[in-house]
Design a protein around this ligand. Structure first.
Ligand SMILES: [Fe+2]
Ligand SMILES: [Fe+2]
Length: 223
């Protein structure tokens, strides 16, 4: 079923010239270094950990898209600035960033809650202090963060790129607020990642994680 759907969707989405342009740019920057879909299974946002439940606009679908967008932005950034950021900490932060929400609407403490949730589960293999910092400070305005380290800019931009999902409610992305030059090259890609993954979930049932991975493969940003 999924393969049939993908063989139908792939040529349609790839006819979009703005999308093609962005994906080609990504391929030029990353070369053969596009991530494998299987990588994300190690960072899959666990449905049962979301305090507000795994569905809705800040649930598994959103977190998985932010995980993939974080990975792409990080790899693009590292291509120009080798060894400059902690990509493992970023993956964990993307996974946990919205798990602490107890409301889908305004919830200014969800970063603090998410950081606590992460620290209760961290296994010591990662820089847990950095992950907690990223999760906590992804919420307030940039000016409140103690330091806008590159990892925080990347996480906040990946989060913002998935605003396509709330565009119809008037909360769409304003590209002028993106912090990194890498994110400005993935705006159309992020819109398609949302549209295709949302469509796959609608047609196929509720495995939002799998839908996002399949969508990323369909638009050729993941191997
Ligand atoms: Fe958040
Ligand atoms: Fe988010």
């Amino acid at each position: 079923m999924q393969d049939k759907l993908l063989s139908w969707i792939k040529p349609i989405v790839n006819r979009n010239s703005e999308l093609r342009e962005e994906v080609q740019y990504l391929n030029v920057v990353l070369g053969t270094n596009l991530p494998h879909g299987a990588l994300f299974d190690n960072y899959r946002p666990d449905a049962e950990l979301f305090l507000n439940g795994p569905d809705g606009v800040h649930g598994v679908g959103h977190s998985t898209r932010v995980l993939i967008l974080t990975e792409l932005l990080s790899r693009m950034y590292l291509a120009n600035n080798p060894n400059s950021i902690d990509i493992i900490a970023l993956r964990e932060a993307a996974r946990f960033h919205d798990m602490g929400r107890i409301y889908d609407s305004y919830d200014s403490d969800h970063g603090v809650r998410g950081a606590e949730l992460y620290l209760e589960r961290s296994n010591g293999h990662v820089d847990s202090g950095k992950v907690a910092y990223l999760v906590e400070w992804h919420v307030p305005d940039d000016k409140h963060a103690p330091e806008m380290i590159p990892e925080l800019a990347i996480l906040k931009d990946a989060d913002a790129l998935d605003r396509a999902r709330v565009q119809h409610k008037g909360y769409g992305l304003n590209p002028k607020f993106l912090r990194t030059k890498e994110a400005k090259k993935l705006i159309i890609t992020a819109e398609h990642l949302f549209l295709v993954s949302h469509g796959l979930t609608y047609v196929n049932g509720s495995d939002e994680y799998r839908s996002v991975i399949h969508a990323a493969k369909a638009i050729e940003i993941v191997k």
